[in-house]
Design a binder for this molecule. Structure first.
Ligand SMILES: [Fe+2]
Ligand SMILES: [Fe+2]
Length: 495
């Protein structure tokens, strides 16, 4: 594939389907473009500044725009006619999540909202906040918001014994620091609750520390955070400095209690003194720090990283923790964590929906694929899709479409409505793009055109790009892409 700008020959239909960059075509109604908002849980004033849509089972229709605001009367009318959800466009996700964040306590304490819905809202809102606190060193305001989110997570976990199982079920296991912070937060709270580490106040503090435990990574260059292969001693030292940098930043801008600071400062300390930064041993490490080290290691081991050779299954990670418990970890806490995970994995075991039976495939830089599916064989699926591909931006030049130079990207998700990308650069909303995916025969490429509807900066060198297709893609094409095997001649090195 060459790198020069080329004009492409596209059918008229394709041309019509490319949207003008300034007008998102709302008639294209794909689920990927909308977020469901549970009416019962959101105060109507929170929707006033958003375009609000209704879904009739087939398509989405604009109900209230930013000119005609959604108000109390609309809320009552819809509730009165039994409408449970309204929808907002994904492009408004930041405003939306801020609204949800403000009402999160109300949502979680609403006895009539199902646990599934609560955990979904809590997880996605926490993710949004984690992304924000990783964009720039958080100040007092962001730390207060984090504390509130931790508090609500504690509330939900204490309120329903299945909450952790649900949170674990929907959690992502990608390589982003934001995901890691959210996962470590819910696991740390659940584990602390299980071992009776303290009352609700203590759990709140622990949860806050867990959400912020790797905040020092903001100060580490993203190239180093994502560096593949073995690191030099100097690189190791720089990476390890995230603990001290995080601790120093937090004590400068906030007055976090010692329970919160402990998990930040001690999550890499190990029982035998082999950890860092202070080489503390045994009881010198606080219970918070010991617990933090266990959940942190577990989440890191089970996360998919694009260039890592191996991702551990849940079972293997638990086994490894147990093997290392003799020297590195607190044996009792590891035992309790094991029990917690067994319980979480076994909830509703009989209702398990087996989607695919693919076993864990070790990733290799030579492979187009990094796929892990159905780790547990139960309902906790870990489906990850990592495919190397090429991206070209499409521009309209007079009546022709012109595609720009090819850039290397990773496709991380594909469904009939759109495609999810990981990209080292941001893309503009409403930008038209073409994705080229090499088939098994490297000569044959699948070109898909789409429009960007979401771009999230993860502050660690990668952006998540959400797109929707210009044309509905067939299941057979998606299956074909999912079945692509390591392609010769297309092992693009994206490092
Ligand atoms: Fe860390
Ligand atoms: Fe961590």
């Amino acid at each position: 594939m060459d790198d020069t700008e080329v004009e492409i020959d596209m059918s008229e239909t394709d041309q019509e389907n490319i949207s003008d960059n300034n007008s998102l075509d709302y008639k294209l109604c794909h689920q990927a473009g909308y977020l469901p908002v549970p009416l019962r849980s959101v105060p109507p004033e929170g929707l006033a500044d958003l375009e609000v849509y209704l879904f009739n089972g087939r398509s989405y229709h604009l109900y209230r725009s930013t000119d005609i605001h959604f108000g109390q009367k609309d809320y009552q009318r819809l509730m009165g006619s039994g409408v449970e959800f309204v929808y907002v466009s994904v492009k408004d996700h930041q405003v939306y999540y801020r609204t949800i964040e403000e009402s999160i306590e109300k949502i979680v304490s609403d006895a009539d909202t199902q646990l599934e819905r609560k955990t979904e809202i809590l997880y996605s809102t926490s993710m949004e906040l984690a992304n924000q606190i990783l964009l720039k060193p958080p100040g007092r305001n962001e730390i207060d918001r984090t504390a509130k989110m931790a508090h609500v997570t504690v509330q939900l976990i204490m309120q329903d014994q299945n909450a952790f199982s649900r949170l674990f079920e929907i959690s992502n296991h990608d390589f982003y620091t934001a995901t890691h912070l959210v996962n470590v937060c819910s696991s740390a709270i659940s584990l602390a609750n299980k071992i009776g580490l303290g009352d609700q106040q203590v759990l709140n503090k622990l949860g806050t520390g867990a959400m912020l435990h790797d905040i020092g990574k903001i100060f580490i260059p993203s190239e180093l955070l994502n560096a593949p292969g073995k690191l030099t001693n100097a690189q190791h030292a720089q990476l390890r400095s995230h603990v001290e940098l995080g601790r120093a930043h937090l004590s400068e801008v906030s007055d976090l209690p010692p329970e919160a600071m402990a998990i930040v400062a001690e999550h890499h300390e190990r029982m035998d003194g082999s950890g860092y930064p202070n080489g503390l041993k045994g009881e010198q490490i606080s219970a918070m720090g010991r617990l933090g080290g266990i959940v942190d290691t577990f989440d890191a081991m089970t996360s998919v990283r694009p260039y890592r050779e191996h991702t551990f299954s849940v079972e293997d990670a638990l086994q490894l923790l147990e093997d290392q418990a003799q020297e590195k970890f607190d044996k009792e806490i590891v035992k309790a964590f094991n029990k917690l995970m067994q319980q979480a994995l076994n909830v509703d075991n009989n209702n398990s929906k087996k989607i695919g039976e693919t076993s864990v495939q070790p990733s290799s830089p030579d492979f187009n694929w990094i796929e892990t599916d159905n780790y547990t064989g139960r309902r906790h699926l870990r489906y990850h899709f990592r495919l190397r591909a090429m991206l070209r931006k499409i521009q309209r030049v007079k009546d022709n479409l012109r595609v720009g130079p090819a850039e290397k990207i990773i496709v991380h998700n594909i469904s009939c409505s759109g495609i999810g990308l990981l990209n080292p650069k941001p893309l503009k909303l409403n930008e038209n793009i073409m994705i080229s995916i090499a088939g098994n025969d490297s000569e044959q490429q699948t070109n898909l055109t789409a429009v960007v509807i979401r771009c999230v900066d993860h502050a660690d060198g990668w952006f998540t790009i959400g797109t929707k297709f210009h044309q509905q893609q067939s299941d057979s094409l998606i299956d074909k892409i999912r079945n692509i095997t390591p392609a010769s001649g297309f092992s693009a090195d994206i490092r």
